[in-house]
Unconditional design. Structure first.
Length: 501
């Protein structure tokens, strides 16, 4: 019995030694072969280069704390329109300490000009989804909210942020192989200096290879790889831009290829409901335009929204009132020896050809160049399509009171062009809150506050609505929980939340 017991003990000890070696091999494998897909299980770590293993769907890779991988918001966090985060130092807004479940999780309430529920990383806004999906399905889920799969300008910074605050894992972002290169869905090519894993850039000619951002590599210098688009991973969205716009950082820009002087360019942007562009990072924007988007390159000069002599009669400032920094925080943004005029006769221009040496100049405001317009929603708003909305989720009121609240803020009750997209966004962000819209019965039909008739055949009406509920005491309600049919007719005295635009 003693001999058998000793043999058994030796086997057990030997088993633990073998397991320990295998675990060490697993960690070493991740560092030595960053280009391969994560292994199924520890016992499958005998690497076969011809038959790489797939990641087990729904399983995180080398989690810091498997039990607390995902922080889940409590009701207090949801009501405050906050989001959960592990590293409280990464929250630029206010913190609700007990607002989330999960180890070391706190609720961060946005004060960072990102939509509610989004993280700010540098100048960009991102929303991380815990769900698993193939690349096309993930993109569709983003688009349903008016967003797009992420196109991060600083992949290493995003990977580090996710590693510190969300989990170790693999996430779809918005790029795939097309015609010999990887391109974002916007058409922008992935540059050679992207943080690729060693040998992991996949098949660039194959549409079945899509881009993965890995937050498992602690150096963040080899965070990008490509996998089979049909595999299911988590995914990252960012606020989308309407068709005809390009995204840079957290803003949407429209290229105007009509030569005009600066003032006419400014008026042209305003006429389209936009403003002349004030990019946070003109250097990155110039590089993006020069290298091309969707097969189109933009190698020219473009007016931006700043003019000289605006502060103390000399300093060049943006239309928004802020001085244009000099020196600029990002090296080589101003071209050599600029700015140098600082009078109101000179306006700010960006020459994409010099994106490396410094793309910003001052030139005579009367000269004719192309221009850039910007779609920009104020802080605290979200945009769907080309409209900006503000949801007041803390003060329910009657329809008349809601209208007055919007008017007091120099806004109007919302008249969404796409109620489905707005409802889908609000359901994700605020849950089951219902909102007043700017529509009201006139005794025979519904009209927007602008006077336009709301068709009874509109597909967004909830079944049975408006029916006979078109009297002057009935107003238009948005019920996000019904997603595809969110419009309802409700008595105007009902207590709902204002949705302004």
């Amino acid at each position: 019995c003693k001999i058998r017991h000793s043999a058994t003990t030796m086997k057990i000890r030997l088993s633990f030694v073998v397991i320990g070696v295998l675990v060490e091999a697993a960690l070493a494998f991740t560092d030595l072969y960053p280009n391969e897909e994560p292994p199924d299980e520890i016992e499958s770590l005998a690497f076969d280069s011809e038959n790489p293993r797939d990641e087990p769907e729904g399983q995180a890779i080398f989690r810091k704390d498997a039990a607390a991988e995902w922080c889940v918001p409590k009701q207090t966090c949801k009501e405050a329109n906050g989001f959960c985060i592990k590293d409280s130092s990464s929250c630029t807004g206010s913190i609700i300490e007990e607002g989330c479940t999960g180890k070391d999780c706190v609720c961060c309430v946005n004060d960072n000009n990102c939509p509610n529920g989004f993280y700010r990383v540098g100048t960009e806004c991102f929303k991380v989804f815990q769900q698993l999906a193939g690349w096309d399905e993930a993109r569709h889920k983003c688009q349903r909210h008016g967003w797009e799969l992420a196109e991060p300008e600083d992949m290493s910074a995003l990977a580090k942020f996710i590693y510190d605050n969300v989990s170790y894992n693999y996430f779809w972002i918005g790029g795939r192989g097309v015609g010999g290169s990887f391109k974002y869905v916007s058409g922008q090519s992935i540059q050679d200096d992207a943080p690729w894993g060693i040998g992991s850039d996949g098949n660039k000619d194959d549409l079945s290879h899509c881009l993965i951002l890995r937050s498992t590599n602690t150096t963040y210098t080899t965070t990008l790889t490509s996998y089979d688009c049909y595999k299911r991973y988590h995914f990252i969205c960012e606020p989308g831009c309407p068709e005809g716009f390009i995204r840079s950082a957290d803003k949407c820009f429209k290229v105007v290829t009509r030569s005009q002087n600066w003032e006419d360019s400014e008026r042209n942007c305003y006429a389209e409901g936009l403003q002349i562009a004030e990019p946070e990072d003109p250097k990155s924007l110039a590089k993006m335009l020069y290298n091309g988007i969707g097969g189109q390159t933009y190698r020219s000069r473009y007016w931006l929204g700043a003019r000289g002599g605006r502060i103390d009669g000399s300093t060049i400032a943006w239309n928004s009132g802020e001085p244009v920094p000099n020196p600029y925080p990002i090296n080589n943004t101003w071209h050599s020896n600029y700015p140098r005029y600082n009078t109101s006769s000179y306006c700010l221009q960006m020459y994409t050809y010099y994106y490396e040496q410094g793309p910003m100049y001052e030139l005579s405001c009367t000269s004719s160049y192309y221009s850039l317009c910007e779609l920009s929603c104020p802080s605290g708003f979200f945009h769907i399509g080309n409209q900006c909305y503000k949801a007041y989720s803390s003060s329910a009121s009657s329809w008349t009171e809601a209208r007055e609240m919007c008017n007091h803020a120099h806004l109007t009750l919302a008249e969404p062009l796409d109620p489905f997209a707005v409802a889908d966004y609000l359901f994700t962000v605020t849950g089951h809150h219902n909102y007043w819209l700017g529509g009201k019965g006139d005794g025979s039909k519904f009209r927007w506050s602008s006077g336009e008739i709301i068709s009874v055949n509109w597909a967004s009406w909830h079944p049975g609505h408006p029916g006979n509920m078109v009297g002057m005491d009935y107003c238009l309600r948005l019920a996000p929980e019904y997603r595809t049919t969110p419009l309802m007719s409700t008595t105007c005295s009902t207590q709902l939340y204002p949705l302004c635009q």
